[in-house]
Design a binder for this molecule. Structure first.
Ligand SMILES: *Cc1c(COP(=O)(O)O)cnc(C)c1O
Length: 391
């Protein structure tokens, strides 16, 4: 059996979505910016894709910028605001649990002379609103907090943050890469000024994302070139991917509530079963509103990597920490920010379910996991030390 439980890293392209894209990879190849007959279909498809996304978000098509990824959207938002508002100030506020696309962009901006405040989170990974109020200064130009965390799934109080940002007339950016297509998002109603998303997280193609940029928020370019995307994001339009993003979003949104409930039930079943079968584990962020398919589990006295590799040999794909931190040996910044003992943080695995997962797969994973954990713990000096201490 092969079981894919790494849907927060990327998802399988939906077959129906792929079919909507193929004409624009083969038949219709005209440059969407050209004025001749070969561009009629591509221009129309691009406009329609943009309108579809805008309508779902309840915004205007002008406010949607297609990008090459969620990471690029985050970069454009942060670097763009830093540049456009630098006369007003050089202070940016974010959180300790952001994705690397935000975290490392802010680090780079700090090297360029901007000042960054990273807000702490509680043990469930929820951003501290009091700390936000206290962090705001005269020269604060941006607040950037993610909608839901990719490692533990925790939703952030974006409505409250938006209210605070608005009261202080500070631009508010939300990385919604993990939530787009999973929960309803209406940036205008919520008071979000900029919002990043990425197609491959909701069964669309890789290599395309988008950024909502509210009309009225100052814009500054971070890339220069042609006049595509209303002079905001140069580069020949990838119409096939735009069509795919829009089709994937439309489909995801259509079955959103049912799928959220289904995944949540499946995830809760998974957690109940492993809690029954495996001793000394902790389910992270269990007490708060989480992404339906995300389960972050700490297996005490074990290394996450050895569990991951053993599961992989049984055909099961999971992640230790976030995909980006998988190849360095530091414990996840998210888990550490939540106050998880560094000694145990290394033993954490993220299981992220998606729309193709079934109960049979979960049963297979639970059994494999119980067996693997027992085998690895029997070899673990830390575990044996713990066991003999118990006697
Ligand atoms: C995946 C992810 C990103 C990056 O998106 P890409 O399209 O892979 O660049 C950014 N933020 C969050 C929260 C993510 O989960």
């Amino acid at each position: 059996m092969r079981v894919y439980l790494d849907n927060n890293a990327t998802t399988k392209l939906d077959d129906e979505v792929f079919k909507t894209m193929t004409p624009y990879l083969t038949e219709y190849y005209g440059n969407a910016s050209s004025l001749h007959l070969f561009s009629k279909e591509t221009t129309e498809a691009m406009n329609k894709a943009r309108e579809t996304v805008a309508e779902i978000l309840g915004v205007s098509g002008e406010e949607i910028i297609f990008t090459a990824s969620g990471s690029e959207a985050d970069n454009m938002a942060l670097r763009g605001i830093a540049k456009a508002y630098r006369n007003r100030g050089k202070h940016l506020i974010s959180s300790t649990i952001e994705h690397h696309a935000v975290k490392n962009t802010l680090k780079d901006l700090a090297n360029e002379g901007y000042e960054i405040t990273e807000l702490p989170v509680d043990q469930n990974g929820v951003v501290d609103l009091k700390a936000l109020e206290e962090a705001i200064r005269e020269d604060t130009i941006l607040i950037s907090v993610m909608h839901a965390n990719n490692e533990v799934g925790t939703f952030q109080p974006v409505e409250e943050i938006a209210r605070i940002a608005r009261a202080h007339k500070i631009v508010f950016h939300v990385d919604a890469v993990q939530t787009m297509g999973k929960v309803e998002i209406k940036p205008k109603e919520t008071g979000i000024d900029l919002l990043s998303f990425s197609a491959h997280k909701f069964y669309g193609p890789k290599g395309i994302g988008g950024l909502y940029w509210r009309n009225g928020v100052r814009f500054a370019n971070t890339l220069t070139g042609g006049n595509q995307e209303r002079h905001r994001r140069p580069g020949t339009s990838d119409v096939a991917s735009m069509v795919g993003l829009a089709a994937a979003l439309k489909k995801a949104v259509a079955g959103m509530k049912e799928e959220f409930r289904r995944e949540e039930e499946l995830r809760d079943y998974f957690e109940r079963e492993i809690l029954k079968k495996i001793p000394e584990i902790v389910i992270n962020a269990k007490g708060v509103k989480r992404l339906a398919g995300t389960s972050s589990v700490t297996f005490k006295y074990l290394e996450g990597e050895s569990i991951l590799l053993s599961l992989s040999m049984k055909g099961i794909a999971v992640s230790s920490g976030s995909a980006c931190s998988s190849d360095d040996l530091q414990a996840s910044h998210v888990l550490l920010a939540m106050g998880i003992d560094p000694k145990f943080a290394h033993g954490t695995i993220r299981f992220s379910l998606g729309k193709y997962n079934t109960k049979e797969e979960i049963d297979y994973v639970v059994n494999a996991l119980a067996e693997i954990v027992e085998r690895l713990r029997n070899l673990s000096p830390l575990w044996n030390e713990f066991k003999s201490g118990q006697k």
